[in-house]
Design a protein around this ligand. Structure first.
Ligand code: ADP
Ligand code: MG
Length: 457
């Protein structure tokens, strides 16, 4: 693909070539017309001078003066204006044989052009008939003009015009190339800036201050991409740190217990207990790793979905049965309210709701009521789980759905909770083209999500 400068230069050149060609054709045509008119005028002038002379001669005696006059007008060096007098009486004939073997009787009176022959230019001819007078018969008087000098003028003009047109076109193409390169200078500057961006330094941006408006938008969008990359990069960094942190606790526990088991002599029962405890740590690690895999699959859109039209209430009923034991522990009651229909993956829906219910069971006041509300509104199917509990600090609300985020300052409960439950709820809502929400009002904490609703018809 050729450069923009070359393409612009080519386009400038072609445009100029087109315009100049049209102008040249028009100019050449008008010059040709005006030369033709000039020859016509010249012929008419000669006739106006000579016709009265021929008319006034009425006898053979006076005719000889005409012959002298015409002979005197004949050019010395080659034919310029040529004269013929055609008569049935050879005495009155003048001028010798007709040029190009033309038969004068076939050429009508008035203006005509004898076509060129053998390298000669065309002859322009004006013929008049001189009526008989006295003893003189009727005559036809032919004045011919050789168009060679006129054609030469036209040829020279065409030649010069062609040379000027070609030179002009080339000059414009060359200037166009230079101008385009000059105009594209900011683009080259931008690209060298982009080349200079060092990998790893996420705070770098392109300098958009001195850019022309045409490419400023591009640079601003590019900076937007860099800014989003920076956010993603920082998230990835903190995610890595969080993963390491989460895995370190169970690993430390595992190592400590194993070292203790190896150091001190223990009986079979104690070893069994040790292995049991190790098993719990391993299960915890497996659950973290599984949750992370789930989130990463959901994020890159590689989650297999088995969509079907479901009643949120029917499915919620099944989920509550499954998490019932958690609620019994704290003597909580679950109430279901409303219903909505949606196109969703049953398995994922159960997982999201189970996470919300587990959290509610964990954070609800003892012997309180947990409510699952479902409703269809504005084409969306909403589901929320509300429980009575400690108000959540408003500054934590926007971060609750982030990975590994836990509102509790100490991670005392981290044995069972690693802070991925709500981010999984969010991921499930997002892959159903929905989103999540949270409220903490009047001692009631509400967590929920919406997905696209199905009309119940
Ligand atoms: N029903 C709730 N009431 C109060 N706080 C909650 C509730 N559900 C979640 N949270 C807060 O959100 C945090 C993140 O929840 P989640 O992602 O499920 O992680 P985890 O349950 O493993 O701590 C919890 O640590 C808790 O601080
Ligand atoms: Mg949870």
């Amino acid at each position: 693909m050729s450069s923009i400068s070359t393409r612009l230069a080519l386009m400038f050149g072609l445009s100029v070539a087109l315009i100049v060609s049209v102008c040249a054709v028009v100019l050449q045509g008008s010059l040709k017309d005006s030369l033709q008119q000039q020859m016509h005028n010249e012929l008419e002038l000669r006739h106006s001078l000579l016709d009265p002379l021929l008319m006034s001669r009425e006898s053979r005696g006076s005719w000889l003066k005409v012959v002298d006059k015409l002979s005197a007008m004949a050019p010395d060096d080659g034919p310029d204006a040529l004269h013929w007098v055609i008569s049935d009486d050879p005495f009155y004939s003048y001028g010798g044989p007709a040029p190009f073997g033309v038969d004068w009787n076939r050429v009508p009176d008035g203006f005509s052009i004898l076509p060129p022959q053998k390298g000669c230019c065309p002859l322009n001819v004006l013929i008049t008939t001189i009526p008989p007078a006295g003893s003189r018969p009727a005559l036809r008087f032919v004045v011919a003009l050789d168009s060679t000098p006129y054609m030469k003028t036209l040829g020279d003009f065409t030649h010069n015009l062609t040379a000027i047109s070609i030179a002009g076109t080339l000059l414009v193409a060359l200037l166009g190339y230079g101008i385009a390169r000059l105009g594209l200078w900011p683009v080259r500057r931008l690209s060298s800036q982009a080349h200079g961006l060092a990998p790893g330094d996420t705070g770098q941006r392109l300098d958009t201050a001195r850019l022309p408006p045409e490419i400023r938008d591009l640079a601003v969008s590019f900076n937007g991409v860099l800014a989003r990359q920076e956010v993603a990069w920082r998230q990835l960094e903190s995610f890595n740190a969080d993963v390491a942190h989460e895995l370190r606790t169970p690993l430390t526990n595992l190592m400590g217990q194993t070292q203790m088991g190896l150091a001190v002599g223990q009986d079979v029962q104690e070893f069994k207990e040790l292995l049991q405890s190790n098993m719990e740590e391993l299960e915890r690690m497996t659950s973290i790793v599984n949750d992370m895999l789930f989130l990463s699959h959901a994020q890159v859109g590689r989650m297999a979905m088995d969509l079907s039209e479901i009643s949120l209430r029917e499915e919620a009923q099944k989920t509550t049965e499954y998490v019932e034991p958690l609620f019994v522990e704290k003597d909580l009651t679950i109430t279901l309210q409303g219903d909505a229909r949606a196109l969703a993956d049953r398995r994922l829906f159960h997982r999201a709701l189970a996470n919300l219910l587990e959290n509610a069971a964990c954070h609800a006041d003892v012997r309180s009521e947990v409510t699952i509300d479902m409703e269809s509104r504005d084409g969306k199917a909403y589901l929320s789980v509300s429980n009575v509990g400690q108000p959540i600090d408003p500054q934590h609300l926007p971060r609750l759905f982030e990975r590994f985020f836990r509102a509790e300052s100490s991670r005392s409960q981290s044995d069972r909770h690693h802070g991925l439950g709500l981010s999984i709820v969010k991921a499930i809502a997002v892959i159903h083209q929905g989103d999540v929400f949270v409220r903490s009002e009047d001692g009631v904490n509400t967590f929920g999500f919406w997905i696209l609703a199905q009309s119940s018809t």
